[in-house]
Write a protein that binds this ligand. Structure first.
Ligand code: AMP
Length: 172
């Protein structure tokens, strides 16, 4: 089943920069059966984990965060690129596989002790999710797990996320 999903992901060489093999998930998302199966397979894992909220990372993390939170009946917390959130925020700057970036979370997004699942579409070097997990901890949320549709295992992002449980549905 996971193998079928894997085949729905399209490789785009040299995007957005030379040397990056971009994993294009639009070909999975546009396939009704593949998209719902991917969401269901991830949701299944968290059904009994008492998740209060799902933190999702702009922009492709929003796609899975929204579907999962609806499926699991949890709240949804968007972590956004700098300057997009309207209320008071905490910021985290981190390194990407290609460049650096800053993400923000609303200061009141999480209540202390809330059980949070963090979701993004893809784990590469782990820098993005590590920064987001730090923001969740700053707000005293409990990070239950970090979940990804795709993991690029050769980049060893898990090494950067040693403090957390990590799950990925599809591995390359
Ligand atoms: P990282 O912080 O290195 O784990 O990078 C993860 C973020 O960058 C995710 O939000 C991904 O969407 C994006 N990303 C990094 N590398 C790729 C890639 N090869 N294909 C698609 N997205 C990528």
């Amino acid at each position: 089943m996971v193998e079928e999903l894997k085949q729905k992901i399209r490789d785009i060489p040299d995007f957005p920069k030379k040397g990056i093999l971009f994993k294009d998930i639009t070909t999975l998302l546009s396939d009704a059966e593949a998209f719902s199966r991917a969401v269901d397979l991830i949701a299944e894992r968290y059904r009994d984990k008492k998740i209060d909220s799902i933190v999702c990372i702009e922009a492709r993390g929003f796609i899975f965060g929204g579907a999962l939170s609806y499926r699991l009946g949890t709240g949804l917390i968007p972590v956004r690129k700098a300057g997009k959130l309207p209320y008071k925020t905490y910021k985290a700057t981190y390194e990407l596989e290609y460049g650096t970036d800053t993400l923000e979370i609303h200061q009141d997004a999480i209540q202390p002790g809330q059980r949070v699942l963090i979701i993004d579409d893809l784990l590469a070097t782990g820098g993005t999710t590590n920064a987001v997990a730090n923001l969740v901890r700053q707000l005293e949320g409990e990070v239950v797990e970090l979940a990804f549709l795709i993991e690029l295992t050769f980049l060893e992002g898990r090494k950067k996320l040693i403090d957390y449980e990590v799950f990925s549905l599809i591995k390359f």
